[in-house]
Write a protein that binds this ligand. Structure first.
Ligand code: AMP
Ligand code: MG
Length: 353
């Protein structure tokens, strides 16, 4: 029986190609498959040879499944599971792919001062969002788990990776999907495909040719109305990722408890509803979407402005109303579809909740 591997998020974004009349329909070979707990779609556009395209798409899915196999904390024997098992005991030899992912993760952790932290595993394990909880854990347990989080303690060396204290564990849920999208995208580019989309549950990477240039729109999901869109913007090439508080959550005493945790408090990060990031790679966007979400609207957008090539849209909710702001380049091309949403954040919302 297949084991369900948990990587959160279902399509936060959707992609459309507009302006194609039936007379000028663009040929596409595409496949959608479940991986990392979400739907991945790989699509190759333009006049491609079907057999060659299908073979390449199948290789792309193999790549995605290979990432899933080492990145999952639920699969016994995966590199992430072994790291948890040997925490406080031994260095674990890891693949160069995982080592490279951890290097990127550490960079984002330092630049976000720990808002993004893949050593958050003890906390996410305690909250257990994959098991659909309905109550928060008690605060003593949150404090104990929080004490086991700290990206600075993660040792990467020539012999492997070491988590220095028993109970420490990694959780790659905020970056692995983006990483898998990038690996699949690079494989397809190396095989000569120039017009393509790899979409891992809304975390995606695009390249366009002259056939599709100017026609692609990224649609940002509405954080409070299922099935509706908050905004859209054009994108020809690059990556997009979104973090949202509406994906895995429960309501308790009128409060929304969701899966994006603030490693500094051990509790959900409460100042954003969704964050969408565009940039050069999906892993970078994925990690920064989570980091900005935790940092909150003001500090998050400040951090985004310091990262070359990154653009961000932040949506937050206050007293039942949605507020948004975006970095300059994205704001210039963004079309907000929710007519009630207000640009800018109320000053009362910018302090810690
Ligand atoms: P995303 O949807 O990309 O924001 O990823 C959210 C997932 O990342 C959660 O379900 C956890 O598995 C993990 N996570 C939660 N909080 C953090 C955090 N502060 N830093 C890194 N990973 C986190
Ligand atoms: Mg993320």
């Amino acid at each position: 029986m297949g084991r369900r591997v948990y990587f959160p998020s279902v399509a936060f974004l959707c992609l459309s190609i507009s302006g194609c009349s039936s007379g000028s329909r663009i040929p596409v070979v595409e496949q959608t498959k479940m991986a990392m707990g979400t739907f991945f779609t790989v699509a190759l556009y333009g006049p491609v040879e079907t057999h060659r395209a299908e073979e390449a798409i199948s290789a792309a899915f193999d790549t995605i499944e290979a990432v899933e196999a080492w990145a999952s904390g639920k699969l016994p024997g995966s590199e992430i599971s072994l790291l948890a098992q040997y925490a406080g005991k031994e260095t674990v030899r890891v693949s160069s792919d995982l080592d490279s992912l951890l290097r990127l993760a550490q960079q984002v952790s330092s630049a976000s001062e720990g808002a993004f932290d893949v050593t958050v595993g003890a906390l996410t394990h305690l909250w257990g969002f994959e098991d659909s909880p309905s109550l928060p854990p008690d605060s003593g347990a949150v404090d104990s788990a929080r004490a086991l989080v700290g990206y600075r303690e993660l040792c990467r060396g020539p012999r492997g990776v070491f988590l220095p204290r028993p109970g420490m564990r990694l959780d790659l849920g905020a970056i692995a999907k983006g990483w898998a999208v990038d690996r699949a995208f690079e494989l397809l580019r190396a095989r000569g495909f120039a017009d393509l989309v790899v979409d891992g549950g809304g975390d995606l990477r695009i390249a366009s040719s002259s056939v599709t240039a100017g026609k692609r729109r990224v649609w940002v999901r509405h954080p409070r109305r299922a099935g509706e869109y908050f905004a859209r913007f054009p994108l020809d090439s690059g990556a997009v990722a979104t973090s949202g508080d509406y994906e895995r959550y429960f309501l308790c005493k009128g409060r929304r408890f969701h899966h994006i945790l603030d490693p500094r408090t051990g509790w959900p990060a409460w100042s954003c509803a969704s964050v969408t990031v565009t940039g050069p790679s999906t892993a970078l966007c994925d990690a920064w979407a989570t980091a900005i979400f935790v940092l909150g609207p003001e500090k998050g957008l400040q951090a985004a402005r310091r990262i070359p090539g990154l653009q961000a849209l932040v949506v937050s909710e206050h007293a039942g109303r949605l507020y948004w702001e975006a970095t300059e380049e994205l704001a210039a091309i963004l079309e907000v579809l929710d007519a009630q949403a207000v640009r800018g954040f109320p000053s009362s919302s910018l302090s810690e909740p």
